[in-house]
Design a protein around this ligand. Structure first.
Ligand SMILES: Nc1nc2c(c(=O)[nH]1)N[C@H]1C(S)=C(S)[C@@H](COP(=O)(O)O)O[C@H]1N2
Ligand SMILES: [Mo]
Length: 316
């Protein structure tokens, strides 16, 4: 699956930026008006850049609504290691060196060790999945990720019966990540899932978007994607994965436990203390577009059984 043949010139190389933007606008309108074909984003995506990844589209996870453009996905970001404004990561993440990269897998597992990214990825066939993405700040996107199920990786490392949670850690390097020189969050950024969440078929490790290797601002070279949870669970630029017995610390819940919890399941019935979670603004839909109703578990209701018996108004 590729969105653009490698021998094709990038749109921005052959047309002035204004024409390109216009054309994208036209395509977006067409997309909004008709059934979305997954081939369409090749044109709608602006000009994807980066290494082309070989991946097979997974027909179980395709879009029933327009995809966000490459520009939406790569210029409107949360990645506090590069600043707190949405536009900061696209501007500043060039200092991150996603290659060479290594990931350490440790904790309660029979197999452990430090692996180059290439070795870590080798056993996994890449697939493309389109997922809705819902930030806790009440904006959303629809994103074609490339990666593989987290469950497949977990299986290889043979977690022991003591492994009840999986903890993820982002790189800590204030030289590559200048935002870490400021104490806006505790570094490194950490996140976690309960083991049954982590092995759910929806939980995904992404290495690309729009058929290209992840841009730095999106969490190169490896990031988590858990589409039924608020965006902050989707930890970026992962260097450690640990199998642990107890619920690990998670960055936003530690920073503000009154406002954020460990689970962070998308839930329109529980407002954030400072804003409603009932609706969301779809990025790129235009200023006059109506807000969209937010759905329980971001519409991925197949995960509901993971939380039976749990009061989701308490366990936020
Ligand atoms: N390491 C790290 N991971 C992170 C963040 C961050 O600041 N640092 N922000 C989170 C938040 S709040 C969101 S909404 C998503 C944004 O992902 P995107 O920029 O690819 O859309 O990344 C999440 N992962
Ligand atoms: Mo977010």
């Amino acid at each position: 699956m590729t969105y653009r043949r490698s021998d094709e010139p990038k749109g921005s190389e052959i047309t002035p930026e204004s024409i390109w933007t216009d054309r994208r606008q036209v395509v977006r309108t067409l997309l909004a008006a008709s059934t979305v074909s997954l081939a369409a984003p090749s044109v709608a995506a602006g000009s994807p850049t980066g290494r082309i990844l070989e991946a097979k589209r997974n027909p179980a996870y395709v879009a029933d609504e327009p995809l966000n453009s490459w520009d939406d996905i790569t210029t409107y970001n949360n990645f506090y290691e590069f600043g707190t404004d949405k536009s900061d990561p696209a501007r500043s993440a060039g200092t991150l060196r996603p290659s060479p990269w290594s990931v350490t897998v440790g904790g309660e597992a029979e197999v452990r060790g430090t692996f180059s990214l290439e070795d870590l990825l080798k056993p996994h066939a890449l697939e493309e999945r389109v997922y809705r993405f819902r930030c806790v700040e009440a904006w959303s996107m629809v994103i074609p990720w490339v990666g593989f199920p987290l469950a497949e990786l977990i299986k290889r490392f043979k977690p022991t019966s003591k492994a009840k949670f999986v903890a993820f850690t982002t790189l800590r390097d204030p030289v590559q990540m200048p935002g870490q020189r400021s104490a806006v969050l505790d570094w490194p950024y950490v996140e976690g899932l309960r083991m049954d969440e982590a092995v759910h078929p929806l939980a995904f490790l992404a290495v690309g978007v729009y058929g290209r290797a992840l841009p730095n601002q999106n969490g190169a070279p490896l990031r988590l994607v858990v589409p039924w949870k608020y965006g902050f669970k989707n930890v970026k630029s992962i260097v450690r994965i640990d199998f642990v017995e107890h619920a690990p610390t998670t960055t936003w819940a530690a920073a503000n436990p009154r406002e954020y919890g460990f689970f962070a399941n998308v839930n329109p019935a529980v407002d954030h203390p400072r804003w409603s979670q009932k609706t969301e603004r779809r990025i790129g839909s235009g200023v006059f577009a109506p807000r969209i109703a937010t759905r329980p578990f971001n519409g991925y209701t197949e995960v509901a059984s993971l939380y039976s018996g749990l009061d989701l108004s308490k366990w936020i």
